[in-house]
Design a protein around this ligand. Structure first.
Ligand SMILES: COc1cc(/C=C/C(=O)SCCNC(=O)CCNC(=O)[C@H](O)C(C)(C)COP(=O)(O)OP(=O)(O)OC[C@H]2O[C@@H](n3cnc4c(N)ncnc43)[C@H](O)[C@@H]2OP(=O)(O)O)ccc1O
Ligand SMILES: O=C(O)CCC(=O)C(=O)O
Ligand SMILES: [Fe+2]
Length: 358
């Protein structure tokens, strides 16, 4: 086997400029055909995933939603959200064609020339709600993540139609529309178990008042074993609905120091509990750490919809959860402050939620 030689520092500072500052993205770097991983992307050993910490015999639950109004389906959803914080759903009602179209649209956007994608970078974007970027928080990170993204905060159909990239907006909006009933069903089931009998206007805002959709692109990586696609994190959402392609590479924290793979299933959606729901349920439902490995032979995409409270909402444990005398584990926090706290640091596992702990 060839010895692994990191790209020299002099070249690698040019690499940061090329990828991050000049907004060519890590896809631009990958396409230059480099043979070794640049130094900036080398993760500390403890952040890399190895066969020794994977549990191959474990898997997150797969729930068939065809009879979603049956009690046993609701129970499986709540059990999975309590035990795993992660599950896959099949027969959920979002047509396969809609899922395929959004995947094609994702490739179409990332295959645009760099100068077209750059039009949506922070400094050039026509809207603060649309952002093309790379890694997670490059200014705060000791090592970069091997991922580019397009992130779109949904304000209204009109704003999205006018300002989201034309390469993908129609397919992305259709996917968001068609996933709406699934989100509602999941939240209804989850709320019943914690004594929230009705999702009134206030609860609707707290549970699903805003949405953000990200298109993630993980290009082919030299030395994938030395880096990560996304580092260990939990989402700050209420729920995340994730569409992944057939490549694989998403891992969920199992017991102790182990990681469980989320195998791609055609037509399925991966659902995970985010920090906001952990806080609102006073810890009954848990947001679970997850991470994505880099891939040496295939470009991978994924499309998470983050279902969130509104930025101006105060979030804390629901009164219904505390009604029986349970002690509140979290204080009331302004959701936009919570999200700002998440974005201003590198991915650091489950640490974000400490911001809300009493
Ligand atoms: C990108 O890789 C990711 C992402 C994730 C995401 C997981 C989630 O769970 S996302 C759920 C997000 N929730 C919301 O967006 C809630 C509603 N939004 C807000 O409350 C606000 O938009 C805000 C996020 C608080 C930002 O408001 P504002 O202060 O008006 O805007 P900025 O000044 O532009 O941003 C401040 C600061 O945040 C960072 N940031 C903003 N948007 C993004 C984004 N889409 N992606 C990455 N970072 C973002 C940015 O660093 C800004 O700092 P600057 O130094 O750049 O000014 C999971 C895993 C991943 O790998
Ligand atoms: O790409 C994936 O499978 C997961 C992405 C993810 O965790 C995120 O965007 O928050
Ligand atoms: Fe995530």
């Amino acid at each position: 086997m060839d010895p692994i030689v990191a790209t020299p520092i002099s070249e690698s500072s040019n690499i940061t400029n090329f990828v991050v500052t000049n907004r060519n993205g890590v896809k631009g770097l990958s396409e230059m055909g480099l043979k070794t991983l640049p130094k900036q992307y080398i993760q500390p050993v403890e952040e890399r995933i190895t066969v020794s910490n994977i549990l191959p015999q474990e898997s997150i639950p797969i729930i068939d939603m065809s009879n979603w109004d049956e009690q046993k389906v609701s129970e499986s959803i709540c059990d999975a959200a309590e035990k795993w914080g992660f599950f896959q759903i099949i027969n959920h009602g979002v047509p396969l064609e809609v899922l395929e179209n959004v995947q094609d649209a994702t490739h179409r956007f990332f295959n645009l020339p760099a100068e077209e994608k750059r039009k949506f970078s922070k400094e050039n974007s026509p809207s603060n709600s649309v952002r093309f970027g790379t890694s997670f928080s490059p200014e705060a990170e000791k090592a970069l993540e091997w991922k580019d993204y397009l992130s779109m905060f949904y304000v209204s159909e009109d704003e999205a139609s006018a300002l989201w990239p034309s390469a993908c907006k129609d397919q992305v909006l259709e996917y968001m529309r068609r996933s709406e009933p699934v989100i509602q069903r999941l939240l209804e089931a989850l709320m019943k178990r914690i004594n929230v009998k009705e999702i009134d206007e206030t609860k609707e805002s707290l549970l699903m008042g805003s949405k953000r959709i990200n298109l993630n692109y993980y290009p082919i990586c030299p030395n994938p074993e030395l880096t990560v696609g996304i580092g260990r994190h939990s989402d700050v959402s209420t729920l995340t609905i994730l569409l992944q392609d057939d490549t694989g590479g998403l891992y969920v924290r199992g017991n102790n120091d182990s990681w469980v793979h989320v195998p791609p299933i055609s037509g399925s959606l991966v659902i995970n509990v985010g920090d906001a729901l952990q806080i609102m349920s006073n810890g009954r439902y848990k947001s679970i750490e997850h991470r994505v490995v880099a891939n040496g032979s295939k470009n991978r995409i994924s499309v998470p919809i983050f279902v969130n409270p509104r930025p101006d909402d105060m979030i804390g444990p629901f009164p219904e959860v505390l009604a029986g005398g349970e002690k509140a584990l979290y204080k009331q926090v302004l959701y936009s402050n919570y999200v700002r706290h998440f974005y201003k640091k590198a991915h650091d596992g489950k640490k974000t939620i400490e911001f809300a702990k009493i």
